[in-house]
Design a protein around this ligand. Structure first.
Ligand code: FAD
Length: 625
């Protein structure tokens, strides 16, 4: 069957992180899916840092995996280094991060998509959308094809009218070495969409063979590695590559300052807003003028390549300035460049134009996911892609939208923040954005989400069985600890070794294990516990669950109670026909914002900036509460 004469259930425009997850999700939900992307060699290309995860982002990757998405598996299969960040803090803050082999990452994604039933591929650039009045009908391409579809998911990343800046030079492009995409923005603006401009930047890539590592500090991965996917098909790394740390200095800063008037960010040529939390080196020097040094992480781009990602040195300064400044960093004296750093400006669509399902409010069956919605980061993009893929499939199958609540997932927080509050600068996830972060941990994403993912037909039976086994073993171990007493003779030698106060009488094991300085692994010499571990095949993931339960149950219960309160408001639905302008007891600002955002529940209304508690009381009365 030709692409010309079939109507796909779903067309995904763009094979980046959002598009790849979207295609996988819709296809796995049974929808015939066409992935159209500008270059099939660059599926899920890592445009910037060759790393997945990190603070709050690692939790998102685990959530994607728990729901049945591919990002976690691909990261595990291509990782060259693994670290669990924030291990010294409470478990809500633990965040997995892996460096990946950039080329393997894209190749592995493509292989996994090719092995997914219902996904067709086509390399071309979409330059227009087809409509049937206010409903999407398909796409138009640069090669002149018109391909029909019931739903379309646009995941064009940084490519829409992308403009690359290096010093005084500017040229069109969606990413270094790739053209920009035109037509989509113009077509949507004509239909009444609002668009804006954002910017982001990336550091130079250099040749590892030209660096002097003796002047840098080695940054190895964790001694005991973990992984992202909950599936047994991937394994933790046994061999890793190290990164290295060096620093900028006053001489580097002075040299960069000399070029400020030739930098597009300082001479006013770039007006759009960039990511606050990934600032360029020139931004850092300007904003933190009293700091005479910044960290620079030297990160390998793969197992075998000599290409190095210079993390912390993102810049769009002219090449000659980049060249001279970087040589003043210890270890970089004889550096050879692979690629210069650059900044890119691109179109985005303020995400308040979307529903929770990521379907647009203006055009039915049209979905947006990823950087096009004003986010930054692979993880944020991939999460939106998965949700848009599921929701596009649900839409054509006549099912309810699939929405995750703020107390269920970071993905829920991300989408609710975007569509309720919008964003004026590239949005990245942080643990502080989640009010229920003690519930939304990286260790329990499977417990939270796999049953839901399985129910909608995305997470496999194998995943669900694993979760049920994990729950059962956790409960059994807790029961064992609650029922098993230890004598002071058994326990005191362990406590003394750890420098902790000893006990004077026998105690149940769970009471001692709840002490913050102790791990269950410290009690392995207690025979009954060691025997239980062997008999019940208790592994570290179960031990971790039980320890979190013993040490943090109080906080977890409190957050659950708060979340239940919020969910009561979540259940108060506002009819979409509700006319706020007629409610004169609402403040003027509230009437304006509520009319624009059209919240679906009272809870969502309460999160809109400018809507006060008294406005919410007024609305509650109108809703009969
Ligand atoms: P992308 O990964 O950009 O993928 C979009 C895909 O769509 C591409 O494959 C493209 O070929 C395809 N496409 C686009 N338009 C069309 C069309 N019309 N027809 C067909 N195919 C199309 N993130 C951070 O978190 N921190 C950073 O510091 C950071 N720096 C960055 C620096 C640069 C220079 C760039 C380019 C990106 C940076 N990012 C950074 C962002 C990160 O790359 C993105 O957040 C992430 O890749 C977004 O995923 P996406 O799927 O939305 O889009």
């Amino acid at each position: 069957m030709s692409l010309f004469n079939t109507t796909y259930d779903v067309i995904v425009v763009g094979g980046g992180h959002a598009g790849s997850e979207a295609a996988a999700a819709s296809a796995n939900m049974g929808a015939t899916t066409l992935l159209i992307t500008m270059n099939l060699q660059n599926i899920a290309q890592m445009s910037c840092n060759p790393a997945m995860g990190g603070i709050a982002k690692g939790q998102i990757v685990r959530e994607i995996d728990a729901l049945g998405g591919y990002s976690g598996v691909v990261t595990d299969k291509t990782a060259i280094q693994f670290k669990m960040l924030n291990k010294s803090k409470g478990p809500a803050m633990w965040s997995p991060r892996a460096q990946s082999d950039r080329m393997m990452f894209a190749e592995t994604w493509r292989t996994m998509l090719e092995q997914t039933k219902n996904v067709d591929f086509y390399q071309d650039s979409v330059n227009g959308l087809l409509f049937d009045e206010n409903k999407i009908a398909g796409v138009k391409t640069v090669l002149g094809l018109e391909i029909k579809a019931k739903t379309v998911i646009v995941t064009a990343g940084t490519f829409l009218n992308g403009l690359i800046h290096i010093g005084e030079k500017t040229f069109g492009g969606g990413r270094a070495g790739e053209g920009s995409s035109t037509g989509i923005t113009e077509c949507l603006v004509e239909k009444g969409f609002e668009s804006g401009r954002m910017k982001t930047g990336t550091p130079p890539r250099v040749d590892a063979r030209s660096l002097d590592y003796s002047k840098m500090e080695e940054q190895p991965g964790d001694e005991v590695t973990e992984k992202f996917s909950y599936l047994d098909t991937t394994k933790p790394l046994t061999k890793q590559r190290s990164c290295y740390l060096t620093h900028t200095n006053q001489a580097v800063h002075d040299l960069l300052r000399e070029g400020f008037d030739r930098s597009p960010m300082f001479n006013g040529r770039i007006q759009s807003t960039g990511p606050r939390y990934c600032p360029s080196i020139e931004d850092k020097i300007d904003r933190f003028a009293t700091k005479d040094s910044h960290q620079v992480f030297v990160e390998p781009e793969g197992w075998t390549t000599a290409e190095i990602y210079v993390n912390g040195f993102s810049t769009s300064m002219p090449e000659d300035i980049q060249d001279k400044a970087i040589r003043l960093i210890p270890g970089f004296e004889n550096v050879k460049f692979f690629r210069y750093g650059y900044a890119i400006e691109y179109d985005y669509f303020p995400p308040t134009q979307l529903k929770h399902s990521l379907e647009t409010k203006i055009i039915e069956n049209l979905f947006f996911a990823g950087q096009i919605n004003g986010t930054t980061g692979y993880e944020e993009a991939a999460a939106q892609g998965l949700m848009a893929g599921v929701n596009a499939a649900h839409k054509i199958q006549g099912k309810e939208p699939f929405i995750l609540k703020r107390n269920e997932a970071y993905i829920g927080v991300l989408i609710d923040d975007l569509i309720t509050k919008g964003t004026e600068e590239p949005y990245r996830m942080f643990t502080s954005r989640a009010e229920y972060r003690t519930l939304l941990r990286q260790d329990n994403a499977d417990l939270r989400l796999t049953p839901i993912g399985h129910k909608i037909g995305l997470a496999s039976e194998e995943r669900l069985l694993k979760v049920e086994k994990k729950k059962l073993k956790t409960a059994r171990l807790i029961k064992f600890l609650e029922e098993t007493s230890v004598t002071k003779e058994q326990i005191n030698p362990i406590l003394e070794r750890k420098g902790l106060s000893i006990i004077n009488q026998s105690l149940k094991l769970y009471k001692v294990a709840a002490r913050p300085q102790l791990s269950l692994l410290d009690f392995k010499e207690i025979e009954s516990l060691a025997a239980f571990f062997i008999l019940e095949e208790i592994d570290n993931t179960i031990i971790e669950q039980v320890e979190i339960h013993l040490k943090y149950a109080g906080y977890i219960e409190k957050e659950k109670a708060n979340a239940d309160k919020l969910n009561r408001l979540e259940n108060v639905i506002i009819p979409q026909t509700f006319n706020y302008t007629k409610v004169k007891s609402l403040s003027y600002e509230a009437r304006e914002k509520l009319t624009k955002i059209q919240p679906t529940t009272i809870s969502q209304a309460s999160r809109i900036s400018g809507v006060s508690p008294s406005d919410i009381s007024v609305l509650l009365v109108y809703m009969g509460r």
